[in-house]
Design a protein around this ligand. Structure first.
Ligand SMILES: [Zn+2]
Length: 208
């Protein structure tokens, strides 16, 4: 059995991905939620119902006849031949940025931003707070807590409550990874949240 998370953590060079994660669904409803999401995407024509080995190293669903419904308005001419499949995740999953490192991230309690872009070195700052957030994601993946204390205000917040910049991290039990798709629209992410009745998060590919 292929480790789904491995594909998310280590994309093949040249490939990119985006994800949409349900960050509220509980363990008891994860299978039902994923099935509901799949049916809705198939009904809309965004993905085909069959699963094939098309999500790079794992099974996935090829773009359907109306896949542009998921995209930004400017992407109506997107060529599905250049796109790969959509992987549906069920179970405890850490969603990492498509390329690059996680961050910057803002504390939801005091609004302090960590790991921001450094105009002098032209790199993102290597920040201990970002490292603590990554460690919390790994801890949660192994069954631990996802609360992270802020180095400035001292208060703890769940990792999913931190506000992320370009390199978002999210923890969820249901999610989608879109391999080599053009940019998904905010409206599409919002519709998924409404459909599932849960808070969802969209992780973009990094475009530097
Ligand atoms: Zn804080």
């Amino acid at each position: 059995m292929v480790d789904e998370r491995q594909a998310v953590v280590s994309p093949v060079m040249g490939d990119h991905f985006q994800w949409i994660a349900d960050v509220e669904v509980g363990e008891s409803e994860e299978a039902e939620t994923a099935e509901k999401l799949k049916r809705w995407l198939v009904d809309l024509g965004i993905i085909v119902p069959e699963e094939t080995p098309c999500a790079i190293s794992t099974p996935g669903h090829r773009p359907g006849s109306h896949f542009t419904r998921a995209l930004e308005d400017g992407e109506v001419d997107a060529d599905p031949a250049g796109m790969d499949g959509v992987e549906i995740h069920v179970g405890r999953t850490v969603f990492y940025p498509g390329q690059g490192e996680p961050g910057p991230a803002e504390c939801p309690r005091c609004d302090r931003v960590f790991g921001d872009f450094d105009m002098e070195s032209l790199e993102y700052e290597d920040d201990p707070q970002i490292r603590a957030l990554i460690a919390a994601a790994q801890r949660w993946d192994e069954g631990g807590a996802a609360e992270v204390g802020c180095r400035v205000c001292g208060q703890s917040s769940h990792l999913n409550d931190w506000r992320w910049g370009y390199g978002a991290l999210a923890l969820g039990r249901v999610g989608l990874t879109f391999w080599n798709w053009p940019e998904l629209s905010d409206d599409f992410t919002r519709q998924i949240g409404e459909r599932l009745g849960h808070r969802v998060r969209h992780g973009l590919q990094q475009k530097l």
